[in-house]
Design a binder for this molecule. Structure first.
Ligand code: CMC
Length: 431
């Protein structure tokens, strides 16, 4: 019996199966259960995937107990301090930090893919002005598959790369157009002289009749938030992209499925929900009442922006964003922002409360990001769209990694069937 195996014995039949242990470079190793069903006749059961590694990945490592997050081995703190969004995007797609010429080329490519097909403009007009921008994003990004279907052979590595570039480049243009549609202003074309986040701000907030000056702190804060949101290993939206992609679906359609999964309040939609919650709390005197609701199992209310499936320690992204909140608010002359004050107080009180302490519930990435978005003038219903722009890098990197695998197969989970046993059809007049 090899040391690197786990033996599982079925006490019903007495049969045993010896399963190999696969080694991780960091973090828990995994038991390969691929033969489990064939040898023992059972499925494994793990709703919510609490103990299931769904794939190999060399992109992102996170240790929830220690509060560690790394992209391609680089600690998030170092990338946040020294890098920028497009450099990290390059790192995620190609595995290594770029040399200066490679980064220049990459910036150039992304810049030159940022325009949208003019025909796409008419899609926006199909939505009411008050449509949620995430709904528009799902539709418009999905519709890109119609523009690039024949030219995207996912078996061709170069085609996959071009699809990735297009997605990363066009997301800010698509997102800004959603915003412009909601406020009834004309769409603004991308400006190739601007940075990735500068361009986004310009496309969102400039109008044809007057000059718009990009605030450097807004550009920097957004770039930082985008770095922090690039990837988070096999979360719900990324797993959705991988599952959709495993069938060989068009990459633009796969990313649209990721956007749909991200929208939920338990995932990326939490950033919008945090500000709603802070507004409802209104005053720090009301915090105890809201905490009591969050602890009450008969009340569906949860403290939004708190808790995480993997982090059982402070989310390192939240720590970085919280520090950036101070900088942004001070430089924008909004140092006494009541939402930030309330968030800090809420965190302080919750982290002393036995309920949150015992369950290791800490602020997550969404707890403070909304405070920054709000200070930048980004409306609340656009918060999750901001998340989607950044996460597109992770989604496409994960999709490319999956398609390039030699033994890539369609994702097809099984189930524990708990419905009725076989029964005979009863004619309608006899029921
Ligand atoms: N407020 C109150 N109680 C909570 C919270 C919360 N925010 N989060 C978890 N709990 C409790 C939960 O009721 C459970 O208690 P008990 O053991 O007594 O039943 C325990 O903590 C464990 O929670 P869980 O629901 O089993 O944990 P999960 O891993 O299934 O859910 C989560 C993780 C993020 C969905 C959840 O913590 C949550 O709903 N948080 C609020 C929404 C949020 O902030 N989401 C953003 C996540 S980070 C960014 C992203 O993924 O996009």
């Amino acid at each position: 019996m090899s040391k690197d195996t786990v033996t599982i014995t079925d006490n019903r039949s007495g049969h045993s199966v010896e399963l190999p242990i696969l080694s991780a470079t960091q973090g828990p190793d995994a038991i390969d259960i691929g033969r489990f069903f064939r040898e023992l006749g059972y499925f494994t059961y793990d709703p919510g995937f609490l103990s299931t590694a769904s794939c190999n990945s060399a992109l992102t490592y996170l240790d929830g107990g220690q509060g560690i997050l790394q992209y391609r081995g680089y600690p998030i703190e170092q990338l946040a301090e020294h890098s920028n969004f497009l450099e990290v995007a390059y790192l995620m797609l190609y595995g290594e930090l770029p040399r200066p010429r490679q980064l220049d080329e990459f910036n150039d490519i992304i810049t030159h893919h940022s325009m949208l097909n003019e025909a796409l403009k008419s899609f926006y007009h199909g939505f009411y002005h008050d449509a949620h921008p995430m709904a528009i994003m799902v539709g418009v990004v999905g519709s890109l598959s119609a523009f690039y279907h024949d030219s995207t052979d996912i078996g061709n590595e170069r085609h996959r790369e071009i699809a990735a570039h297009r997605l990363i480049a066009k997301m800010p243009s698509i997102a800004a157009a959603c915003y412009k549609h909601s406020v009834g202003e004309p769409q603004v074309y991308p400006d190739n002289r601007l940075s990735y986040t500068g361009n986004l701000l310009n496309m969102m907030f400039s109008v044809p009749c007057e000059p718009y000056v990009i605030n450097p702190i807004a550009e920097k804060a957004l770039d930082l938030i985008f770095i922090l949101h690039i990837d988070h290993e096999q979360n719900a939206s990324t797993s959705t992209v991988r599952l959709a992609g495993s069938s060989g679906a068009n990459p633009f359609a796969c990313i649209a499925s990721g956007i749909a999964a991200l929208w939920g309040p338990a995932h990326g939609g939490a950033n919008e929900a945090v500000l709603d919650m802070l507004e409802n709390i209104g005053d720090s005197r009301n915090i105890p009442a809201f905490l009591a609701r969050a602890k009450d199992k008969s009340d569906p209310f949860r403290l939004m922006g708190f808790g995480h499936r993997v982090y059982k320690n402070y989310d390192p992204r939240a720590r970085i964003i919280r520090a950036m909140c101070h900088q942004v608010l001070e430089q924008l002359g909004d140092a006494d922002d009541p939402a930030f004050e309330l968030a800090l107080r809420l965190e302080e009180i919750a982290l002393q409360d036995d309920y949150f302490v015992e369950r290791n519930l800490y602020p997550n990435v969404d707890f403070y990001s909304g405070v920054i978005y709000k200070a930048l003038g980004i409306p609340r219903n656009m918060f999750t769209v901001m998340f989607a722009i950044a996460r597109t890098v992770g989604w496409v990197a994960q999709w490319m990694e999956m398609i390039a695998e030699t033994n890539q197969r369609i994702g097809r989970p099984r189930q524990l069937y708990v419905g009725p046993g076989q029964r005979d059809y009863v004619a309608i007049d006899e029921r």
